[in-house]
Design a binder for this molecule. Structure first.
Ligand SMILES: Cc1ncc(COP(=O)(O)O)c(C=O)c1O
Length: 395
């Protein structure tokens, strides 16, 4: 039966990881994989996570099942983290379901949309995170694109984006990156989000907000601005939350889908559908990471976690500034200043595929073919080497 399966080529990012591991040059730089790294190049376990994990293990008395919707304390805490002070006012119309990571939350949201409106179209930004495409379309939803990135400024092509959104048919779904846009790092300003809100309202569009980097851009509240605004002002919204990056819990698979419905009864119906969908996909989400997040957010560990997150955010901002300064020194003919205006872990370097390959083959600098770099993959001491390598590869 299985003999007719086609063998697929490896996922480009996994291929890049393998090539990096096999490279024995001590100067090698990995800017490919989207995980936070510290100044030693490690992806450490946060101290608040270590402590919460210890407390969770000490207190746990059973390993019996939790529920398809996951840990209620986590669901409540994550709703509050994302929606802030507005959370209590929305409680009657808001429901939360724990999911296996932000990916699981995106897939749950897609399945819910497909259940509600089988021929719904989801509009994603050009470009968007590569995994959005299978996560949203594998359940049968149609995907279309709206313009987003302006390669000449390194910012958002806001007019083009607004023009496209304003032409969408009512009841279209729009996937929005709340902050730290992956892969470009180009984010909307608060005033621009207000304009997006008015077009969403005017055209009766459903926002599907992906928030995977809360706290790694401008701050916990600032990075949630779009999610808070849309949920406060619109009758319906979906928010896919990931705790992978801001808690450093990647492999524990922690995330949540928040649904905002027009009425309490509609919210309960959405929740019941999500429970059915979860049962059919993976039955129940893993508990460990969610228990850690619930412990941190519901205890004195929260302050420590916020501090650790702030130092990660500040380190990324410093690396951005240093990188721009170094590139200005080595590549005076090109302007890389957009990197300092962008937010979160990613930026587009804005070089072509051939140059990306030259960087890899001749200088041991690894990034995806679209020239997305993970800023957190740089270190103070290798920024000069990186800037020199870029200058040589660009020519
Ligand atoms: C934009 C975006 N959304 C969602 C996710 C989901 O992450 P995870 O499933 O690891 O929580 C990621 C991870 O890289 C991401 O970059």
């Amino acid at each position: 039966m299985l003999e007719h399966l086609d063998r697929l080529s490896p996922d480009p990012i996994l291929g890049l990881m393998a090539a990096f591991r096999a490279d024995t040059d001590p100067r090698k730089v990995d800017l490919g994989v989207g995980v936070y790294r510290d100044d030693r190049g490690d992806t450490p376990i946060m101290q608040a996570v270590r402590e919460a994990e210890r407390e969770v293990l000490e207190r746990q008395t059973t390993k019996t099942y939790v529920a398809p919707a996951g840990n209620p304390a986590f669901n409540d805490a994550i709703g509050q983290l994302v929606l802030g002070d507005g959370h209590a006012a929305l409680a009657g119309r808001l429901r939360a379901v724990q999911a296996p990571g932000g990916c699981g939350a995106l897939r749950l949201g897609a399945e819910l949309i497909r259940t509600a409106v089988p021929d719904a179209v989801v509009h994603v930004s050009t470009p968007t995170w590569a995994n959005h495409v299978p996560l949203l379309s594998n359940c049968g939803l149609k995907l279309e694109r709206y313009p987003y990135f302006d390669a000449t400024t390194g910012g958002v092509a806001f007019e083009a984006m607004m023009g496209a959104l304003d032409a969408l048919p009512a009841r279209s779904v729009v996937l929005l990156h709340a902050s730290c846009h992956n892969p470009t790092g180009a984010d909307l300003e608060d005033g621009q989000w207000r304009e997006v809100l008015s077009v969403m309202r005017r055209r009766s569009l459903l926002p599907f907000i992906d928030i995977a980097y809360q706290g790694l851009g401008r701050g916990l509240a600032e990075d949630a601005f779009a999610a808070r605004l849309m949920c406060a002002e619109l009758p319906e919204a979906l928010v896919a939350v990931s705790s992978s990056k801001n808690f450093g819990l990647y492999r524990e698979r922690v995330g949540a889908l928040l649904t905002l419905s027009e009425t309490g009864a509609a919210a309960d119906a959405a929740l019941s559908q999500l429970v059915r969908i979860a049962r059919g996909l993976y039955s129940m989400p893993p508990d460990h990471g969610a228990a850690i997040v619930a412990r941190i957010l519901g205890s004195g560990l929260r302050g420590q976690w916020e501090q650790e997150l702030a130092s990660m955010r500040e380190r990324i901002a410093q690396l951005r500034a240093e990188t721009v300064r170094a590139l200005a020194g080595t590549c005076a003919r090109r302007d890389f200043s957009h990197i300092v205006r962008q937010r979160g872990m990613f930026s587009y370097l804005g070089i072509d595929k051939e140059t990306v390959h030259r960087l890899r083959e001749q200088h041991h600098v690894y990034m995806t073919d679209d020239s997305r770099i993970n800023i957190a993959g740089l270190r103070h001491e290798n920024i000069p080497y990186f800037a020199e390598a870029v200058a040589r590869a660009v020519g």
